[in-house]
Ligand binder design. Sequence first.
Ligand SMILES: CC(C)(COP(=O)(O)OP(=O)(O)OC[C@H]1O[C@@H](n2cnc3c(N)ncnc32)[C@H](O)[C@@H]1OP(=O)(O)O)[C@@H](O)C(=O)NCCC(=O)NCCS
Length: 147
Amino acid sequence: MIDITFRPYYNSDNEACMRIFDANCPEFFAPNERDDYQQFLAQIPDGYEICEVNGLALGAFGLFDDGPGEKTLNWILLDPQSQGLGVGSRIMDRVMHLGRAAEATRVRIAASQKSAPFFEKFGAKANSTITDGWGPGMHRVDMILPL
Ligand SMILES: CC(C)(COP(=O)(O)OP(=O)(O)OC[C@H]1O[C@@H](n2cnc3c(N)ncnc32)[C@H](O)[C@@H]1OP(=O)(O)O)[C@@H](O)C(=O)NCCC(=O)NCCS
């Protein structure tokens, strides 16, 4: 039985988030994205959430405003030990719930060729691909998830 809860990101989560990033690099994130993530976290982004799995900070994601009726899903990542257990699906349930509660009609997702098949399972559709868009061998796949 997995206990999954969500709470806001705090500055004290920085180390855990960077550790999760590093554990997913270079499999799911290009090494050059590390500085971008560090800078993103340094702003203590309002709307970034920690996913606690059995009381441990093992995942994170953020849903942010992106124009009228639109949201953007940023920096969703899970510790490898929590992948493949349905935790990501619970995060997507929360993303869709939060988006609908804010009366958004769609969520933009800047994925990669590695993660796009996951988002497709929730109805997201790719609308463009940039080869090596995130770094060598890591293509950028821009997707729209209708709510
Ligand atoms: C992508 C991620 C959030 C998915 O979370 P997860 O907890 O592993 O996903 P779930 O266990 O809820 O899987 C749900 C379904 O999606 C599938 N799936 C999960 N990740 C997948 C992937 N990368 N490619 C294809 N299918 C995937 C699962 O097999 C499962 O399929 P099923 O319903 O047919 O059994 C997680 O694997 C992760 O953090 N990956 C590394 C970071 C990353 O790539 N983030 C995205 C950046 S844009």
